[in-house]
Design a binder for this molecule. Sequence first.
Ligand code: HEM
Length: 407
Amino acid sequence: VDTGLRRYDEIMNASPTRRRLIGGVAGFAASASLPLPVFAETEPIVEPSWGAHQGGIATPQQRHTYTAAFDLIAIERNELAAMLRAWTTQAAKISGGDIADLSPTRLTLTFGFGAGLFEKDGADRYGLKSGRPAALVDLPVFNGDELDEARTGGDISVQACADDPQVAFDAVRQLARLAQGAASLRWAQAGFLPATGSGQMPRNLMGFKDGSRNLSGDDAAAMEQFVWVGGEGPEWMRGGSYVVLRRIRIALERWDRMPRDFQEHTFGREKSSGAPLGAEGELDPPDLKAMADEGDPVIPDSAHIRIAAPESNDGARILRRGYSYNDGMTFVRDRWPPWREGPRYDAGLFFVCYQRDPRTGFIPIFDRLSKFDMLNQFVTHTGGGLFACPGGAAKGEYIGQRLFEAG
Ligand code: HEM
């Protein structure tokens, strides 16, 4: 008797998925004696799929992502529309719980359109060229960029987020299967957040709390102002947003050798509490004007939080929704003397940010960071892209439908 297999079967049959779906937010019964994952009782396990906005933007961040970019190979616009219709239906189905016997664990799928959907190598492949929004610019080349072509760009992005990494991966696999003949995978990136106590800010791989001064998806007014596209955009983009993805490798070997006070100066925050230098609590606003007795600013001129702050960027704000990534090792030539080379951690931050317009969001903020941020000596941007994420679909509609019907 293959007890291993039967045990797996029993686990699946005893899966709390169905009960949870029917019972809404009910926790699962104590009868489960097998080591099933336990989720917080109050956490809704199914995120909505239809509405004014796509899921996965204002949604409280899930623990895992699997984000992928596809190249379009469809010849006809109809094939592309059919794929998006199939994707939208499937996305609703699996985030609603129908996913290979896995619990959906708050799965959301967020779709974005890259420049190549509108125009590729000068060709108006799908007759959509005139529909390209002005805000969907070609990202400029930034200082220090080492973008790898094989990890950059793509015509369509899919960001799957879930509390279970296998659920997120499985979702993208299902979409890739449905895309056969219309789109092929170009690159993908998995990412994770550490487990935290409730209400605790997760720490990134550099050991610092990340997200303390972020926009909150619950802050409707700030979301309207900084994240959701409004009347300035084309109809199909209203209630949508622009996502910038950046795969950022961090020289963790080098960072780990830096003394704590140097690390704190790099960010402009205390490592353990997360408080801005000179302040008490993590959520206190940074005092960018404060001077120390020696006449130096308390938060250094090149500290990450000073240069990224809205106060330094004409009030610009973005919604950060990134994940750590850990892809083993890669061969790297150091950027500092004595310029050693060898295997290094291929780990860092899969930076994800949403904004109403990248020309007033990521681009000016990162232009300044890429030139002056003290963090630059530790980080290398190796891939990513910019995608226009349409507004949410009403039931029966598919994502981006109004673009396809407009032009
Ligand atoms: C490996 C790369 C990066 C790491 C480790 C990192 C880490 C951090 C940390 C620890 C904070 C302070 C806590 C917080 O407010 O969340 C922060 C703030 C911030 N970072 Fe980064 N970051 C990175 C790259 C970037 C990039 C590429 C941007 C591009 C725009 C960016 C934009 C911001 C912004 C806007 C803030 C908030 C500033 C404020 O509102 O005061 N970061 N980051």
